[in-house]
Design a protein around this ligand. Sequence first.
Ligand SMILES: C[S@@+](CC[C@H](N)C(=O)[O-])C[C@H]1O[C@@H](n2cnc3c(N)ncnc32)[C@H](O)[C@@H]1O
Length: 242
Amino acid sequence: MATIPEAKPSRGAEREDQVRTLFSEIAPRYDLLNHVLSLNIDRGWRRRAIRMLQWQERDTGRYLDACAGTFDLSLELAKQVGFRGSVVATDFALPMLVQGRSKLGPSVTPICGDTLRLPFSTACFDGATVGFGMRNLADLRAGFSAFARVLRPGARLVILEFTEPPNRVLRALYHFYFHHILPVVGRIVSGHPWAYAYLPESVKEFPEPEELAVLLAEAGFGNVEWRLVTGGIAAIHVAVRA
Ligand SMILES: C[S@@+](CC[C@H](N)C(=O)[O-])C[C@H]1O[C@@H](n2cnc3c(N)ncnc32)[C@H](O)[C@@H]1O
């Protein structure tokens, strides 16, 4: 069995392949583990994230949900935007899309594609979301630039991502759960030796909310705001394409 340090996806060139393989392998158990390990709190986070997109009632816009996985965020987006709008959901791990396809309705179009090389024309989306995906990208700056290219000026990007809670007590509990409970339950249920040990490692490496806001501004986004949810276990960033 591989050890965690050997198996952790590296930075740089190999990372994309390793991350795609990881999610392809855990796809059959992804939804179950997602809701069990988050104690279902993730559903509320997704609803809040989509509300922060500030879609318009009776919206006819075209929205992108990147790193869509098994479509939980895409479906919440489609539900809130309504059937007048349309949602394109992309992910580069085909088994994740295949696993989620039975949940899809006509307003979500799945496309297998890389967030770093979004296969769309410039300024063609009215808004975009990414849930628990940015942390996995091999190049964060390139990811933000890719979103900046496909969003029209004035369109919003919403990012939902894990973060470390600022409160010391909560942070200690969070670390205990993330490093001792989650990897064990994740390993038993998914059968994958290290996927759920990678999760806390990737959160630790991911920029703090303030740093993320700077990277967004550098990529061409303005009005960057964020809200911590559930004591700062997760953060929702919103940025407007300048
Ligand atoms: C933790 S899952 C999140 C799935 C979904 N957004 C959700 O909220 O449950 C991360 C997803 O990002 C995808 N992903 C990671 N890097 C990617 C990239 N460069 N291009 C496309 N998808 C990517 C993975 O395949 C995986 O399905």
